[in-house]
Design a protein around this ligand. Structure first.
Ligand code: HEM
Length: 78
């Protein structure tokens, strides 16, 4: 059964995932194509997208922590 708290978590997780995907796309493209982007833009865009990604990854792990915990546990004996 889903309580309100876990439903809110799911909604937040969905949004975090969408922003994470878009941010990673900007980060990876700006890093890989940096030679073709004016340095003034790269110098701002890339570190901001990078810092944001670190924050979003932490939020993503936090919101999936139950999954992480249950997959770190040793397999149950039969
Ligand atoms: C897909 C992942 C990434 C790729 C492909 C990538 C690629 C690059 C490349 C090629 C440069 C050197 C550009 C140059 O000076 O010619 C660079 C610089 C830099 N990267 Fe990344 N990077 C990635 C992730 C990150 C992340 C996660 C962060 C921060 C948490 C970050 C922060 C920086 C910073 C601060 C610089 C120096 C910017 C400057 O010259 O002022 N990058 N990156």
């Amino acid at each position: 059964m889903d309580n309100i708290e876990s439903m809110n978590k799911k909604i937040i997780l969905k949004r975090v995932n969408i922003i994470l995907f878009l941010d990673f796309t900007v980060l990876a493209l700006s890093g890989l194509l940096n030679r073709f982007i004016p340095y003034e833009i790269f110098r701002f865009l890339h570190p901001v997208a990078g810092g944001l990604m670190v924050l979003l990854v932490i939020m993503h792990l936090y919101l999936n922590w139950n999954w992480v915990k249950s997959n770190l546990k040793p397999a149950e004996k039969k």
